[in-house]
Ligand binder design. Structure first.
Ligand SMILES: *[C@@H]1O[C@H](CO)[C@@H](O)[C@H](O)[C@H]1NC(C)=O
Ligand SMILES: *[C@@H]1O[C@H](CO)[C@@H](O)[C@H](O)[C@H]1NC(C)=O
Length: 988
């Protein structure tokens, strides 16, 4: 190794010498120049130790001109290299000083690789360099002052490395008047920002230094950079008064981020006014972030003089007191306002409601009092309202019913009273509703309990709610967590709660619920935590809970449960703490009394008394760490303590193996047309091989489809991912970027059913009847699962041969299910996404011509997808298989469609169809009785196909019935063929 290193040092020294000679001798032929550049690159390549994507393959080809090497660009005369762009190539190794030989280089981009070690000082000799990007590597050490000699530098990006030490003065102060873009963010740089008064950065437009350890003040010399557009100094340790002088003449400023520092306001940290007035002239200002500093004083009235262009305004986590000034309403373009975690008091000014563009409003964790202004219900775009942790009183305004875009409503920890307005159910996009820790009374309105849109959680705990648990709760089939604890709810627990199939967390402790605990709760497929403590539940603890593979945390304490409890299954990790105060319980749980033969019923009285006096203690109930942190993250993102925006939150939540866009690019040869294996309504499918040799199919949603999908893509995919069945295609992972959305699936060796039904080579033998019936049975099983058993009911919407794939042993897997759900928001009448995105799916039909049910075809895309529609498509598929005719191609005499044509032969005229089918999918050598059996099966298939394609959706069989029928046909055929086997073997 050492030898090798010194050798390459020697080589690079050699090239430096050569480069030196070039400069000295001056008039080298252009051929010589390019040869020396080539040698520099060869030497640079020796520093690269890993190139998994073979990016530098062309560099090894001896007959390719250096100007044609990947990433290399020469000048017009091909006499010198002027650009080297190897960004995002997964290269690893060190950056060789030999690069210094490329003396005509103007652009050097090695960003987004795995280069480590130091930045070579020799780069300082690239005097022509205008753009230098080494961002997102693993570079360490200090930024060398040699970079200061690059006088033509316009663009420097060293973001996201491990660079340390101070910023060299030379970077800013090199006499270059061109510097436009400087990004040193996300390193561990320390010291002050070395921008001295005498260095004018007149051309500077972007200065990004966020996430470092910089100290001191914002340099006054920035005052000369009057063209500044972005200044991001977030997450450092900068201090002093907020810089106001600097910004007085910055008309182009768009984004000013100063959050997470130690800034204070003027006049001994009492006056924010001067800073706001300094910004009044920045008439392009769009985002102003001052969160998490030490800013004190009242929010001044001249907030209203800030530029009207302002769209986002963060003042959270400071020390502001006093009331919210009504002048804030001048900021009519504001979409996000965050004033949470200060010491604000007074009422919420009704003027807030004049800011009609508001989408997200965070006022939580202050001391706001009075009533919630009803006028807030008039903000047409409001998607998130967080007023939690204040002292708000009075009623929840009825006007919230008008907030059709509202997704998250957080009113917890206030003093709100009255009933939960049933009209809240009109917020059809609501995903999170938290009204916990208030003084709400009355019953839980059926309308609110039936809000299917709730996807994340419903928290009504710690109020004074009474009455029964509404049956409508069973409609919440997407919600992850329900907390109704610490109320006065009574009655029995409806077994229908078992329909909340996505539920992971259920807390109904601290109420007055009685009766038994329903078996169905234990059957919830994803339930991880259940707290029913401190109620009056009786009877035995259902076996289903113990049998649950997912349950981790349980609390049955302080009820009247009785019977024998063993320490098996989900109970294995529990201690007696989960069963306290149920003296009728006995068994093998650690610390629990062993069972005696005779039960002592009189003991039951004690727990009843106990359950009355013991208030629910939450810490008894420890949620599993993962769930706790998951829920905590969710809560944190809404409570304003640790504001995570929605996108970030989604990355936190996503649980797939990571496959990056780059890896997909590599796996598919850059989505090369030769990797294309299919294309459909929603996009193209490419095959590919991952580095670990997994063969994959990548379904890239086309931009129209992707554009119609809102931010819920990942969550929806998660639901799809839970949908597991041997006849449904599994999603390995998803790749989601703003401009690119793809599903990654396993590659099926035998391709699609389409390919087998209509082989391109006539030589290809088609499938025989046994195989075809097996495939149809598989398909029916898969779709029946989607319709009847999967966690969330999924309508396929586009069942046809090209969406049925065959694996090695010809098992059929249905693919492409649920994409329609992603686009259209499921089979419910109410689209869970923005109505705007719903409308923008123009042209996306539900289903394919030929397979689409008449009721869906007539209404086009506006009609909701239905399970009956899938049954119709399955029927067409059966008839297609029997007749061997594509439903799309042929004109069927007088009939308008395949199924009508078949129907016109039924029942007396079927023979030609049956004989033709028999000819195609059986062998001539078939024994007579087997032929007869095949005939019967073909007739059955036709009948089933016709039943499924009946005009009226309600008279079609359910997919469950269809699957049952198919499976008995399959059985019948297999029994008959095994008879044949026996017959032949007995003959032999
Ligand atoms: C190199 O590229 C040029 C044009 O960019 C082309 O004309 C030439 O044929 C290429 N040479 C080789 C060896 O590929
Ligand atoms: C900051 O840099 C680290 C690596 O040093 C990287 O993992 C992280 O994604 C970067 N953060 C951002 C926000 O770019």
């Amino acid at each position: 190794m050492g030898c090798f290193k010194s050798f390459s040092l020697y080589i690079s020294f050699l090239f430096l010498l050569i480069a030196f000679r070039v400069v000295v001798s001056g008039d080298r032929t252009s051929d010589g120049r390019i040869m020396s550049d080539r040698a520099s690159l060869v030497s640079f390549m020796s520093g690269i130790v890993s190139d998994p994507g073979n990016a530098l393959q062309s560099w090894n080809s001896s007959n390719l001109h250096v100007c044609n090497w990947t990433g290399v660009l020469c000048n017009g005369a091909r006499s010198a290299i002027v650009q080297l762009d190897l960004s995002e190539r997964s290269l690893g190794g060190t950056i060789s000083p030999a690069l210094a030989g490329l003396s005509k280089l103007t652009i050097l981009d090695l960003s987004k690789n795995f280069f480590e070690g130091r930045i070579p000082a020799e780069i300082g000799s690239l005097v022509e360099l205008q753009q230098l990007s080494l961002a997102s590597n693993l570079l360490e050490g200090t930024i060398l002052s040699e970079l200061g000699s690059l006088r033509k530098l316009v663009y420097v990006d060293l973001r996201s490395n491990k660079l340390s030490g101070g910023i060299p003065e030379g970077i800013f102060c090199n006499g270059s008047s061109f510097l436009d873009y400087v990004d040193l963010s996300n390193n561990t740089l320390t010291g002050e920002i070395p921008l001295r008064g005498e260095c004018e950065l007149g051309a500077l437009r972007y200065l990004l230094l966020w996430s470092n350890g910089l100290v001191g003040q914002v340099p006054r010399a920035l005052v000369n950079s009057t063209g500044l557009m972005w200044l991001d100094l977030e997450s450092n340790m900068l201090s002093g008064e907020l810089p106001s002088e600097i910004f007085r003449k910055m008309p182009h400023l768009q984004f000013l981020y100063l959050s997470y520092n130690n800034f204070v306001s003027h006049d001994g940290n009492t006056n924010l006014g001067p800073f706001f007035s300094a910004l009044a002239n920045s008439s392009n200002l769009q985002e102003l972030e001052l969160a998490a500093n030490k800013l004190g004083g009242e929010i001044p009235a001249n907030i209203g003089n800030l530029p009207r262009t302002l769209g986002q305004f963060h003042l959270a986590e400071n020390l502001f007191y006093g009331s919210i000034p009504p002048q804030i309403s001048n900021l009519i373009n504001l979409t996000l306002l965050n004033l949470s975690s200060n010491f604000l008091n007074g009422t919420i000014p009704t003027e807030l409601c004049q800011m009609e563009r508001l989408e997200r409003v965070y006022l939580s964790n202050n001391s706001l009092s009075g009533e919630i202004p009803s006028a807030l219900g008039g903000l047409p775009h409001l998607g998130l309202l967080d007023l939690s942790r204040n002292k708000l009183s009075g009623l929840i305004p009825d006007s919230f019913a008008n907030l059709s875009q509202l997704r998250r409503l957080l009113l917890h920890e206030n003093q709100l009273s009255g009933v939960i307005p049933p009209s809240l159910a009109k917020c059809v996009n609501l995903e999170i509703l938290d009204l916990s820790h208030n003084r709400l009374s009355g019953t839980i309105p059926d309308e609110v309990a039936g809000m299917r849109s709730l996807k994340i959680y419903l928290n009504l705990s710690s109020n004074y709610l009474d009455g029964a648990l509404p049956l409508e709760l069973s409609k919440m089939d997407m919600v992850l967590a329900i907390d109704l604890s610490a109320n006065n709810l009574s009655g029995t627990i409806p077994s229908q709660l078992g329909s909340c199939i996505a539920l992971e967390y259920l807390n109904i402790s601290g109420n007055r619920l009685d009766g038994p605990l329903p078996v169905s709760i234990g059957q919830l497929p994803y339930l991880r935590a259940l707290d029913v403590s401190s109620n009056r539940l009786v009877g035995e603890i259902p076996q289903s809970l113990q049998a649950s593979p997912t349950l981790k945390q349980l609390n049955f304490s302080f009820n009247i449960f009785s019977g024998n409890v063993s320490d098996e299954g989900a109970f294995a990790a529990l201690t007696v703490d989960s069963f306290q105060g149920n003296s009728g319980l006995c068994g093998s749980i650690k610390g629990m009394q062993a069972c005696k033969k005779k039960r002592h019923y009189h003991l039951i009285i004690v727990p009843i008394l106990l359950s009355l006096v013991v208030t629910p203690i939450f810490c008894v109930f420890g949620y599993p760490l993962t769930l706790r942190s998951k829920i905590r993250k969710k809560l944190a993102s809404f409570s304003g303590i640790n504001m995570v925006d929605e996108e970030k939150q989604e990355t936190i939540e996503h649980q797939y193996p990571k496959i990056s866009y780059r890896q997909l690019m590599e796996a598919t040869g850059g989505f090369n047309p030769s990797s294309l294996i299919g294309s459909g309504q929603f996009g193209h499918v490419y095959k590919g091989v991952l580095q670990d040799n997994t063969r994959i199919a990548v379904k890239v949603l086309d931009s129209k489809t992707a554009g119609a999908i809102s931010g819920s893509f990942k969550r929806e995919c998660q639901i799809l991912k839970r949908t597991r069945h041997r006849n449904l295609m599994r999603i390995i992972t998803i790749c989601s970027r703003p401009d690119f959305k793809a599903l990654v699936l396993p590659l099926m060796s035998n391709g699609s059913l389409e390919r087998h039904l209509y082989p391109s080579h006539k030589l290809n033998q088609g499938l025989d009847l046994v195989q075809l019936v097996g495939i149809c049975s598989d398909v029916a099983e898969g779709v029946a699962y989607l319709h009847h058993y999967s966690p969330v009911r999924v309508v396929h919407c586009d069942l046809k041969p090209s969406n049925i794939l065959l694996d090695d042993d010809m098992t059929a897997l249905v693919t492409d299910f649920g994409i329609s759900r992603l686009v259209k928001g499921g089979d419910e009448g109410v689209p869970p996404y923005d109505t705007t995105s719903f409308c923008s799916t123009d042209g996306l039909l539900c289903g394919s011509v030929g397979y689409i049910a008449p009721e869906n075809a007539e209404y086009g895309m506006g009609k909701r997808a239905s399970t009956e529609g899938d049954v119709f498509s399955f029927g067409v598929l059966l008839l297609e298989i029997v007749t061997g005719v594509r439903p799309t191609e042929v004109l069927f005499n007088e009939c308008s469609s395949l199924h009508e044509w078949v129907k016109s032969h039924y029942p007396h005229n079927l023979d030609p169809i049956v004989q033709q089918a028999l000819g195609r999918c059986s062998s001539p050598s078939m024994p007579e009785y087997l032929r007869k059996a095949c005939c019967e099966v073909i007739v059955e298939l036709i009948e089933l196909g016709l039943m499924c394609t009946q005009y009226s959706p309600s008279t079609r069989p359910s997919m469950m019935d269809v699957a049952h029928e198919m499976s008995s046909l399959k059985q019948y055929l297999s029994d008959t063929s095994s008879q044949e086997m026996e017959a032949t073997s007995s003959k032999g």
